[in-house]
Design a protein around this ligand. Structure first.
Ligand code: G4P
Length: 190
């Protein structure tokens, strides 16, 4: 998606060869027009594939997931990292964060995902694939099916890229980074 790549080049900061900062427009500060275009792009990639719900994990995935769900005309749910006291029937899974080297729980209210749902997982980054694995566990436990994965920015050399492709689940990546460095900036895939 040219618009996203151009924005990353303009306002993103390569902090190291493995960390890209995009918090002025994507996952902290939000540019609503860009997020809207991202939602449209994901929706056109998955229209006609029977998607009945969009899911993400708080917090970075919420804005693009919401925008995609709006264009797909389906509900969206985000998994929470802490269980609220108001949750009556939590359905949980564990996520291993390779970056942070720790495991944490994610949960959703059980009734928000149902048997028969075909679920699209949207996230801001695909790095090592811990979030993807956790969502897969959660969706499977609910009896629903993971029918697609939509990623804003993929760091293609990290393990998540191969992990999702191996799963055979349809994948849409909007901006795929082949490599990056502070000195030379970003090298894009295709
Ligand atoms: P995964 O995202 O593929 O699961 O891999 P990993 O466990 O390594 O990622 C841990 C967290 O780091 C995730 O956010 C992910 O979005 C974020 N992340 C990974 N690479 C980058 C990067 O290059 N830049 C930025 N800005 N974030 C990155 P999280 O801990 O779930 O929290 P949140 O930030 O979404 O709230």
């Amino acid at each position: 998606m040219e618009k996203l790549k151009q924005r990353i080049e303009k306002d993103g900061q390569v902090l190291s060869s493995s960390v890209l900062k995009v918090n002025s427009f994507l996952n902290h500060g939000i540019d609503p027009e860009l997020i809207d275009a991202i939602g449209q792009e994901f929706a056109s990639a998955f229209t006609g594939q029977g998607i009945s719900k969009v899911i993400t994990i708080e917090s970075g995935g919420i804005a693009p997931a919401y925008a995609a769900a709006g264009y797909l005309h389906v509900p969206m749910v985000y998994a929470k990292k802490a269980e609220p006291s108001t949750m009556s029937h939590p359905l949980s899974a564990s996520v291993y964060s390779y970056t942070k080297q720790k495991t944490y729980s994610i949960c959703i209210e059980e009734e928000l995902l149902q048997k028969g749902d075909v679920v699209l997982f949207i996230d801001d980054f695909l790095a090592n694939g811990g979030a993807f694995e956790g969502i897969q566990e959660l969706v499977t436990k609910s009896g629903a099916r993971l029918g697609g994965v939509g990623i804003c920015i993929e760091k293609a050399w990290q393990d998540g890229s191969a992990l999702v492709r191996r799963s055979g689940i349809p994948l849409c990546v909007l901006a795929s980074i082949a490599s990056m460095s502070r000195e030379n900036g970003i090298v894009w895939n295709h």
